[in-house]
Design a binder for this molecule. Structure first.
Ligand SMILES: C[S@@+](CC[C@H](N)C(=O)[O-])C[C@H]1O[C@@H](n2cnc3c(N)ncnc32)[C@H](O)[C@@H]1O
Length: 297
């Protein structure tokens, strides 16, 4: 039995220091509700990347990221991370990767703000119809969403400990001429309490120095159709720094299951929550396949 599945959660199993490949659980549903099924203090470390506001369509009525206003988006994320804080151990951490976006007014055509971009069409159109009426945003303003989320979480009780810049080796090309092209994203480290678990020996600079707060990471072929997979190396660093073998890692926006794959490969258990059952099924297959691959010499 490999223990993968979306059935009722056996918290007792997850608390045991059993081999990680037996403890990856995928829960299908809205994180705002599903996290309530998990016992407090179950999770050591949460590693996640929520949908970015108005960017992609994850094809579900309850998806976060499709709110009419970015203010609603920020408060929905605060609600999810309240649920995360409840299930974290008192010395646990949250590693949150999130991207920014521009406020835009109208526009149509092949390259305007309403241009068709793969499956992102619907939400890009919604977002770009009108500059949101908040925060003094103007047409073409960078919204500063990662920091707005970080400040909202700080205000809600999280301790903000670090902002790591993920420098992308192969960023998405942008056809812009009046500003530098985007090639970075933010990753925040939050703690529940001032004294939290952080293994500074688990990941060092090549020189042996303490790890710096910029990570240069390349693209990572995952072989899954999900449109927004983050690199395994990003998840691996967070997991090794923030937990020990046998601990439980949580991803409340698990997508293709990258966090679960890396947690299991690092001898940790994992609880994954994904709203869209199609992605949940794809991640189940990916985890089964990737874990078998690691067992073949
Ligand atoms: C940016 S993707 C995560 C990708 C993931 N890090 C990976 O490597 O595959 C965000 C995911 O959150 C899911 N999602 C959106 N709203 C959700 C909600 N309310 N509860 C749980 N999952 C949600 C989406 O379906 C999407 O798969």
């Amino acid at each position: 039995m490999n223990g993968l599945g979306g059935g009722p959660l056996a918290i007792a199993d997850l608390m045991q220091k059993t081999p990680a490949s037996d403890t990856v659980r995928i829960l299908v549903g809205d994180s705002r509700q599903v996290l309530g099924q998990i016992a407090p203090g179950t999770v050591q470390c949460c590693v996640t990347s929520p949908p970015y506001w108005g960017l992609r369509d994850y094809d579900h009525g309850d998806q976060i990221g499709a709110e009419p206003s970015p203010e609603g988006y920020v408060s929905n994320l605060v609600a999810v991370f309240q649920g995360v804080r409840r299930v974290l151990r008192s010395n646990g951490t949250l590693w949150l990767n999130v991207g920014d976006g521009y406020a835009r007014n109208g526009g149509t055509g092949r390259s305007g703000p309403n241009a068709l971009v793969g499956n992102t069409k619907k939400l890009i159109q919604q977002r770009n119809c009108k500059v949101p009426n908040c925060w003094g945003l103007k047409d073409r303003d960078l919204m500063g969403l990662p920091w707005r989320i970080a400040f909202a979480l700080q205000e809600d009780g999280w301790l903000l400990r670090s902002k790591i810049t993920w420098i992308k080796k192969a960023p998405m090309p942008e056809s812009v001429r009046n500003r530098p092209s985007n090639a970075t994203e933010d990753l925040f480290l939050f703690a529940k309490k001032p004294s939290y678990y952080y293994d500074n020996q688990a990941m060092r600079e090549e020189s042996g120095a303490n790890l710096r707060n910029y990570w240069i990471l390349g693209p990572d072929f995952s072989g899954v159709p999900h449109p927004a997979v983050f690199p395994r190396e990003l998840a691996r660093r967070c997991i090794l720094l923030g937990s020990q073998p046998g601990d439980v890692i949580l991803d409340p926006f698990s997508g293709s299951g990258t966090t679960g794959v890396v947690a299991a490969q690092s001898n940790r258990g994992a609880i994954l929550v994904e709203l869209n059952p199609v992605y949940a099924q794809q991640s189940r297959s990916r985890i089964n396949q990737d874990l078998q691959l690691t067992m073949i010499p």
